[in-house]
Design a protein around this ligand. Structure first.
Ligand SMILES: Cc1cc2nc3c(=O)[nH]c(=O)nc-3n(C[C@H](O)[C@H](O)[C@H](O)COP(=O)(O)OP(=O)(O)OC[C@H]3O[C@@H](n4cnc5c(N)ncnc54)[C@H](O)[C@@H]3O)c2cc1C
Length: 372
């Protein structure tokens, strides 16, 4: 095996941090470039469930199973489904399921605490990745280039690394989520609706989602079908104008559901994008992708973080193998193969949750899951 003297990971999300941890365990000295100034700079998003064969396996291989178990919430795996009139159609408390939840911020904390100080270069937005004629890449940060032999793009939806390998870009999925926050002690009606995990209320091309997080928080999403330019215009509005638009869009829904829009703390507007299903990229020695940078999909399959963590495991093994770039080519094929059913599931999930058939497709999906 030839040694890699300079290995950069662009992006300190779950995928990039997991890769850094696994590479350190294999004797590498990776540097993670992260645009955030520090770990608490922005809200990290809601609760994630880790799956046995991908996310949980990665935590265990990284030697972090104990830390994960201490922060995880196995008790919050339930599902509830309402229609737009507030009628409860499905209720499963999820006790004993094998996909424990964890707050995204807690997952990031565990991964960060597993890395020596200095591995993550905070406040380092990579502006460009430029191939060098003599081999390797210049990572441009704050206008200055730094040379690396190997660059891994773990920089999410709008990756700066991806354009080196493919012309494919994320496409708007036709759906935008407005993210809301609740406190389970202050918002007792929302607490009662959510049950032991998450709830969907589904109507004609509109959805309200709320999910229990740690520390008494509940994260909510109001989803609707609008165009990309409408989503951009919405994101530029003041929170109270956004709330008023939502109340109008959900007119006719049960009052306890409309209440969620009226009382939730406004967090942000999230238009949903996805890479084309089944897209692949050119194998190119010295650079590759993982996680959302490789296969962004809407959150409706609940697989995104699990795939990012599993990709990190496979890439760490490939980077450590004797025939490194052959192993990485095989790994890239595996990464895309694994992502394909999840991407199809995400597209089907999104179209099932926001359709003209109301709650029926989601109810059928839950019943199928119970039937196994
Ligand atoms: C609303 C919502 C809900 C979701 N719910 C779930 C769920 O329940 N289950 C699930 O499995 N997945 C869920 N996902 C998807 C999941 O969050 C992602 O798939 C996962 O975070 C991907 O991890 P990643 O490390 O590849 O990328 P990211 O988490 O996007 O991390 C990328 C990192 O790169 C940094 N970065 C970006 N550009 C640069 C740059 N130029 N220079 C330096 N740093 C950069 C970013 O700051 C970020 O820290 C959800 C997503 C959304 C939007």
């Amino acid at each position: 095996m030839t040694t890699i003297s300079r290995l950069a990971i662009v992006g300190g999300g779950p995928g990039g941090l997991m890769l850094a941890r696994l590479l350190l365990l294999r004797g590498f000295e990776p540097v993670v470039f992260e645009r955030d100034q520090h770990s608490g700079e922005r809200p990290q998003g809601g609760s994630l469930d880790l799956h046995e064969e991908t996310g949980l396996r990665a935590m265990s291989l990284a030697g972090l199973a104990k830390e994960f178990a201490a922060a995880a919430r196995p008790e919050d795996q339930g599902d509830r489904l309402y229609d737009q009139h507030g009628t409860l159609l499905f209720d499963r408390d999820g006790a004993g399921d094998s996909r424990p939840e964890i707050d995204r911020i807690e997952l990031r904390r565990i991964l960060l605490e597993s890395l020596p100080t200095g591995v993550v270069q905070w406040g380092s937005r990579v502006e460009a990745v430029v191939p060098r004629t003599e081999g390797g890449y210049d990572l441009v940060v704050a206008g200055a280039g730094q040379r690396f032999d190997v660059v891994i793009g773990a920089d999410g939806a709008w990756s700066q690394v991806r354009p080196l390998l493919t012309e494919d870009v994320p496409r708007y999925e036709g759906v935008t989520l407005v993210e809301l926050g609740f406190d389970s002690l202050r918002h007792l009606n929302v607490d009662a609706l959510v049950g032991r995990g998450k709830m969907f209320a589904v109507g004609d091309n509109r959805v309200l989602i709320a999910q229990r997080n740690g520390s008494g928080h509940i994260r909510g999403y109001a989803g609707l079908r609008i165009t990309e330019s409408e989503a951009q215009a919405l994101a530029a509005k003041q929170p109270e104008r956004i709330r008023a638009m939502l109340v109008e869009a959900f007119a006719g829904w049960a009052s306890e559901l409309i209440d969620m829009i009226e009382i939730g703390d406004f967090i942000g507007v999230r238009p949903l994008y996805a890479m084309p299903i089944g897209h692949a990229w050119r194998n190119h020695p010295g650079v590759t992708l993982l996680g959302d940078a490789a296969h962004l999909m809407s959150p409706f399959s609940g697989e995104g973080v699990n795939l990012a963590l599993a990709d990190a495991v496979d890439l760490a093994d490939a980077l450590a193998s004797a025939d490194r770039w052959e192993a990485i080519a095989a790994c890239e094929t595996e990464i895309m193969k694994r992502a394909m059913p999840a991407a199809e599931g995400a597209a089907a999930g999104l179209n099932g949750a926001l359709s003209s058939q109301g709650a029926a497709p989601v109810l059928e999906h839950y019943r199928e899951r119970v039937r196994g």
